[in-house]
Design a protein around this ligand. Structure first.
Ligand SMILES: O=C(O)C1=C[C@@H](OP(=O)(O)O)[C@@H](O)[C@H](O)C1
Ligand SMILES: C=C(OP(=O)(O)O)C(=O)O
Length: 466
């Protein structure tokens, strides 16, 4: 357990989700992307020169990543950056919060606490295989249940020595000797795209690079694999992908040094979901500044999905950059949608679907059973306990809207269950969210952002409730 894990008191606490007394109308600045920040940290740590991450997300998952890299010898300084990069360094970002990453010879002995961060538990064993000395990995109880076989088996096949208990999961120790052969490897990544991303992110530093061939029946979260490829290329790596005319399900990273970068982290578009959903379910309007015009983040799909569910959106370019304004119409429609590529959006979409005027079917998300919690079981149970009519299907959820009532919404230490519950609480009186502090996994001060959104709204301010 880390100091950043939810404390026992937080875990027991109930947060009265504020009711919106009208249409919300607010601008919400969403913190940086977890997925971009943690990839940025790994690539910067493996680079041949120092780099910068500007506007990084500071949340449990990213602080665990930074701490783990520090434990292996990487320098990570949290700073308010100014334009004073030393000669020969990649330019420092203009101003604002930034992390300066100073790569160093990676070494053990080290201990890594992964918490319940998929990105930490999957992306770092390949980094540890490049370190000199043993690196032990452990984390929250749930981290022992989340699949890791794709990474463990692949690293062994590529020349690494790993001690584990044979279950294909944590805890484990990687015994690195400073380098790894690399080369071709076959994996089944049907339970998590993060297996592929993990091997590609470190692959440029393997002696022969890496060729990852996915042999499973299905591969979720393709935008996250595209994000990995995109960020590797920006760091100077040569990457072949299926999209670029390569073989289906095969990715290759050539061996090379990586560049230090000056990376500006985009807002976390998946974490924009509850705020956009607030506009939809209250018939209001929410603007998210700095919404990128082009992005690999899966959260960009919210524009299409929530529009189909009854809203409309506009991406506006101003002198300050682009911003997304999402407007609800007062009507919320059900949806039949395959969320295989964008699974992390499912909890909030399920909450909106429960408030819609017609049935929804969410498909292609069987792998969510292996996320922070079994998200399909948890969503079905918690929505039904509030009076909903939700059934689990083989690969998703069928949601028939019913009048909901208040009650305790359990969150199973899952940040996205908590934000989904907050959406319900906007229009359902008396929703009490258990352990809202679990949102700190990826979204610092979610309750503050949420009440800030409501307080910015004339006439829709939250009523204090006991
Ligand atoms: O690579 C990433 O940053 C992520 C990939 C996805 O994982 P899965 O492919 O395991 O669903 C996603 O759900 C997770 O939140 C973040
Ligand atoms: C699945 C998620 O996280 P992780 O990176 O821990 O896999 C998520 O954030 O929805």
């Amino acid at each position: 357990m880390t100091g950043t894990e939810t404390s026992p008191d937080d875990a027991l606490a109930l947060w009265p989700a504020p009711l919106a007394h009208g249409a919300v109308d607010a601008t919400v600045t969403v913190p940086g992307s977890k997925s971009v920040t943690n990839r940025g940290l790994v690539l910067a740590a493996l680079a041949a020169e120092p780099g910068w991450l500007r506007r990084p997300l500071r949340s449990r998952d990213t602080l665990l990543m930074a701490e783990a890299l520090r434990a292996m010898g990487v320098g990570i300084e949290e700073t308010i950056a100014s334009n004073s990069a030393a000669p020969g360094e990649p330019g420092a970002p203009a101003t604002g919060e930034a992390w300066r990453v100073i790569p160093a010879g990676l070494h053990g002995p080290a201990t890594v606490d992964v918490g319940n961060a998929g990105t930490v538990m999957r992306f770092l064993p390949p980094v540890a295989a490049l370190a000199d000395g043993p690196v032990r990995f452990d984390g929250d109880a749930r981290s022992h249940e989340r699949p890791l076989h794709g990474v463990i088996d692949a690293l062994r096949a590529l020349g690494a020595r790993i001690d584990d208990d044979g279950r294909g999961a944590l805890p484990l120790t990687v015994h690195g000797n400073g380098s790894i052969d690399g080369g071709p490897v076959r994996i089944d990544a049907s339970s998590s795209s993060q297996f592929v991303s993990a091997l590609l992110l470190s692959g440029a530093r393997f002696n022969q690079g890496v060729e990852v061939r996915h042999v499973g029946s299905t591969l979720p979260s393709m935008p996250h694999i595209r994000m990995t490829v995109d960020m590797l290329r920006s760091a100077g790596a040569a990457v072949d992908t299926p999209e670029a005319g390569g073989e289906p399900d095969v990715w290759r990273v050539a061996p090379s040094a990586l560049l230090g970068r000056d990376l500006v982290v985009e807002p976390d578009l998946s974490n924009a979901a509850p705020f956009l959903a607030a506009a939809l379910v209250t018939g209001g309007r929410v603007t998210i500044p700095d919404w990128p015009e082009h992005t690999t983040q899966p959260g960009d799909a919210l524009r299409e999905i929530l529009t189909e569910m009854g809203g409309s959106c506009e991406l506006v370019t101003t002198a300050d950059g682009t911003a997304l304004t999402f407007t609800g119409t007062g009507r919320v429609r059900g949806i039949d949608v395959d969320l295989h590529e964008v699974g992390e959006l499912s909890p909030v979409i399920a909450a909106v679907a429960a408030l819609a005027d017609s049935e929804s079917v969410l498909r292609g998300i069987a792998h969510l059973r292996l996320h922070e919690t079994d998200r399909l079981a948890a969503l079905a149970k918690e929505l039904n306990d509030l009076g909903g009519d939700v059934t689990e299907t083989a690969d998703g959820l069928r949601i028939r809207p019913r009048p909901l009532h208040g009650g305790i919404f359990h969150t199973y230490e899952d940040h996205r269950l908590a934000t989904a519950a907050a959406v319900l609480g906007l229009t359902v009186s008396g929703v009490q969210v258990e352990n809202v502090a679990t949102t700190a996994k990826t979204l610092p001060d979610f309750p503050g952002l949420w009440t800030g959104m409501l307080e910015a709204t004339p006439g829709a301010a939250p009523m204090p409730r006991g």
